[in-house]
Each structure stands twice: as structure tokens, then as C-alpha cells.
Design a protein around this ligand. Structure first.
Ligand code: URP
Ligand code: ZN
Ligand code: ZN
Length: 465
């Protein structure tokens, strides 16, 4: 058989296990996996020596916000820098959130997002469709599923952005999801009590005294837990599939575990920042830089989230990448409610999970592949095209040298930020070589891809995973 590329002698890891094998790529697909393929390499075939390396499926980061107009700013990583960063982190598929603005339809939001990404993205991409007005968008869901967008998003907060959904919208969207073979993603925070806590603390003396620490002080864990509980109730009574995005608390993890044990159709995602950062960061001079929603929590929450990942009640690790520069973050001027919320993450997702998860024995390699690649592909309707290494799957591959340590320095990252939450951290698990649909886009840790290589991915209706 003729191959364009053979990745030879690596430890091939899927969610089912590890084995030593060669992988032959032809065109955009994986053509064969087996022993001794390199022996049959033709003259034009590039053979990559992967001995001593892990060869894994390209990562799917199913929660990013690239060039998002938000809180009076626009997130600074767009589909150019964001997907370059993705490539360096071994991420070959991103899913962004297409959010209608003003009176726009879901279709208009989809078109707006295509304009931002087509011809620019360096890795493959898709969108979750954000429902911001139930009466307008509810009837449009069916058409979006037929077009290849079977995942929808509702925010329980962000009234001032015009994005908030109430219980009626969540209940009804879940009913539609059940009927249409779709899934509802929820940003779960309890807005009315949150607003009350913010109002009680929003005074000059308190802001002077506590600064960015007020972000954590006004968002106790019950703000997330109560909202998750409510969303689970609507999923339980409607049977609609629910996916809790960026879950940050131990309490939330307990609720998801209990619901899954009752057979509720609910899944959860956490993000790398909730696994390794805690709210002591808000006390520093740069504390405001670390503000994201929900905020980073306590070490005990980290511990419970790692446990949930190991046991399986947390299915996915993503980033919620929503990058803002120091200048953008500086617009807070001492008022934490004005900080553009969000963190960079695409480039460091896999290195954090590998270094702090696998190397610290909190999960195995095969569990890492399940949480970063296979589960997100299955849950989002992209499996087995994405998320695995198998004959006929897209040739999306990351090669990791477990010996290589890179000290994070924002000046050397592709991410468009003049700071990093992980500045100076020594991390293993950056991608030495990344392939996206058969094209090499990272070589020797450097980005070598091109704008426009990434394609929009139509997705299937969702079957029960
Ligand atoms: O802080 C965050 N997460 N910004 C992006 C919007 C969201 O809630 O996901
Ligand atoms: Zn959110
Ligand atoms: Zn988000």
C-alpha cells in the first residue's frame, strides 16, 4: 500500500489502550495501522521516527471563544492565532459558540461565525449555536440540526450581554433536543442570587479593600451547584441531553455523579484552569488577569474534579479559551464586575493535562486520550471521523515526547496574549509534531501550517454515547 507519511515505532494510544505500531497516512486519512509499515515506504513517503514518543489522536477543544465580542471588548485570540496555538498544543478541532447578536437568527449567527473562520482557521472547526431568545430561536433549532449543528448553548447568566436564558427556555430547549437528536450545553450559574451578592459587595470601600478577590467572594460554590441542580432537573423530566460546560466545583461533580447514577442524560466538562489554578491567584498584583466565569475555585474542588475525571463522571476537559490582553483586562480599574472574563488555554491544554494529570498519576494515558479526544468527539457528533486513531479516520495526530520539558513563556507562544496564567511553569506534553487531516501543521514544536487549511465540520445528529 502507498502512503504519504508513515509514523513509525511510536506508542499508539487510544481510549482503549496502548500498543507499539506504525501509522500510515494517505491523503487526509489514516490508511493503515500495523507493524512494519515503514519497511514498505515508497520514495516519496516521509517516515517520521516516533520511537520513545506517544502517538495520540488530535485533541478536540470543544469550548473556545475566538474573536468574541464580550464585556465591551473582543477576545484577542481569533481563528488565526487561536488555531495556531491549538496546533502547538496538539488540538486539531475546535468548537466555538456562534452567538446571535440583537435580533439575529441562529442562521445569521452561523453565517457570522463562518465569516470569522473560513479561509483563516488552521485546524478544523464547528460551532455550538447559542440560543439567546427562546421565542425567536426555539423554532430554528431543527433547521440548524439538519445543517450539521446538533449542539446548542444556553447561558444562565450574562443578562447584560443579552444572552441569558430562563428556566422556560432551558426546559423547552431540552424538550427539543430530545426530539431532534441534539444536546443542550449550559453555563450553569445562579443569576439572581449572584446579582444580589454582587450588589451587596459593590461598594467603593470593599473594592478598595479586596480588589479582584471580590470575584471569588461573590461566587460561592452554591452559585454553580444550585444552577447545575436545576438544569439536571429539567433534563431529568424532559429526557433531553444536557452537557454542563466549564464545571468548576466539587459540589457540581457530586450532583452530576448522582444524576448519572439515576440514569439522567447528563454529561460534564471541566477546563484545565479549574484543575491547576486556585482562587489564591486573585490576591496577587495581577489577580484581575485570572478572572473568568465561573471563577477558579479551591484546591478541594480541583481534587474532586480530578477524581471525577478518573472515575468518569466528568467526560471532557476543554479550555473555554477567551483570551484578553493586559490592556483589555486593565479596563477593570479596580471594579471586578468590569473585568473582561476569560483566559487563554488552547496551547497549554494538553501539556497541563499530561504534566499534572498523567505524570502525577491522576489519570492514565488512555484516560487522557478519552477525556481530550474520544469523549468530546463522541459527545459532539464527530466520532469516528475525529477522536480516535483508526483506519478511515481523519489523519489528525499529535506526537508527544514525554522527556521534553518546555518552560511556558507567553513571548514564545502562538496565543495572542502578553501574559500567561502559567508563565514560567515547566510543562511536558506539547506536541512535537501535529497533523491535521494529513497535513503537518507542527514540526519540531514550531507551527508550520497555513491559514485556511482548517475546514468547517458538519456534524451528525447525536446518538446516545
Ligand atoms: O470567562 C469566560 N468563561 N468567558 C467566556 C464566556 C463564558 O462564560 O464561557
Ligand atoms: Zn460560560
Ligand atoms: Zn465559554
Amino acid at each position: 500500500m502507498r502512503f504519504d507519511t508513515i509514523i513509525s515505532g511510536g506508542t499508539v494510544v487510544t481510549d482503549r489502550g496502548e500498543r507499539s505500531a506504525d501509522i500510515g497516512l494517505r491523503g487526509e486519512k489514516i490508511a493503515q495501522i500495523g507493524k512494519g509499515l515503514a519497511r514498505s515506504a515508497g520514495r516519496d513517503c516521509e517516515v517520521i521516527d516516533a520511537r520513545g514518543r506517544y502517538v495520540i489522536p488530535g485533541v478536540l477543544d470543544v469550548h473556545v471563544h475566538l474573536a468574541l465580542p464580550f464585556m465591551g471588548s473582543v477576545s484577542s485570540d481569533d481563528f488565526d492565532t487561536g488555531t495556531r496555538a491549538a496546533a502547538r498544543g496538539g488540538v486539531t478541532t475546535v468548537i466555538d459558540f456562534a452567538i446571535p447578536f440583537g435580533k439575529e437568527s441562529l442562521l445569521q449567527a452561523y453565517r457570522n461565525w463562518r465569516k470569522k473562520s473560513d479561509g483563516i482557521a488552521c485546524v478544523d472547526y464547528a460551532y455550538h449555536m447559542a440560543i439567546t431568545n427562546w421565542d425567536r430561536h426555539g423554532p430554528q433549532m431543527e433547521k440548524m440540526v439538519a445543517m450539521g449543528c446538533p449542539t446548542f448553548k444556553e447561558f444562565m447568566i450574562y443578562e447584560s450581554e443579552g444572552w441569558q436564558s430562563d428556566d422556560r427556555a432551558i426546559f423547552s430547549a431540552l424538550e427539543n433536543c430530545k426530539r431532534l437528536g441534539a444536546m443542550l450545553l449550559i453555563h450553569a450559574e445562579s443569576s439572581r442570587v449572584l446579582d444580589e451578592l454582587i450588589a451587596r459587595h459593590h461598594t467603593r470601600p470593599l473594592m478598595k479593600k479586596y480588589g479582584a478577590r471580590l470575584h471569588a467572594m461573590t461566587r460561592p460554590n452554591y452559585i454553580e451547584a444550585e444552577a447545575i441542580q436545576r438544569a439536571i432537573t429539567w433534563s431529568e423530566v424532559t429526557g433531553g441531553r444536557l452537557y454542563i460546560v466549564h464545571m468548576s466545583t466539587g459540589e457540581g461533580t457530586d450532583l452530576v455523579r448522582a444524576a448519572q447514577a439515576r440514569g439522567v442524560n447528563v454529561f460534564a466538562e471541566t477546563c484545565s484552569q479549574y484543575l491547576v489554578l486556585d482562587d489564591s491567584k486573585f490576591a496577587g498584583r495581577d489577580g484581575h488577569l485570572f478572572a473568568c466565569c465561573p471563577q477558579i475555585k479551591k484546591p478541594k474542588d480541583q481534587k474532586r474534579l480530578w477524581e471525577g475525571l478518573r472515575r468518569g463522571e466528568v467526560s471532557v476537559i476543554s479550555t473555554d479559551t477567551c483570551t484578553f490582553t493586559r490592556k483589555q483586562k486593565a479596563t477593570w480599574k479596580g471594579d471586578w464586575t468590569r473585568i473582561p472574563m476569560g483566559l487563554p488555554g488552547l496551547e497549554t491544554l494538553m501539556p497541563i493535562v499530561y504534566t499534572h494529570g498523567v505524570r502525577r498519576k491522576r489519570m492514565t494515558m488512555k484516560q487522557m486520550v478519552a477525556r481530550l479526544c474520544t469523549n468530546p468527539a463522541k459527545l459532539m457528533g464527530l466520532y469516528p471521523r475525529k477522536g480516535t486513531l483508526a483506519r478511515g479516520s481523519d489523519a489528525d495526530i499529535a506526537i508527544i515526547d514525554p522527556r521534553k520539558v518546555i518552560k511556558v513563556d507567553h513571548r514564545r507562544l502562538e496565543t495572542n496574549a502578553d501574559w500567561s496564567p502559567y508563565q514560567g511553569w515547566p510543562l511536558r506534553g506539547f506536541s512535537e509534531t501535529t497533523f491535521c487531516r494529513g497535513r503537518k501543521i507542527v514540526e519540531d514544536y514550531r507551527f508550520v501550517g497555513e491559514n485556511g487549511w482548517g475546514q468547517w465540520l458538519p456534524r451528525k445528529k447525536l446518538a446516545r454515547p
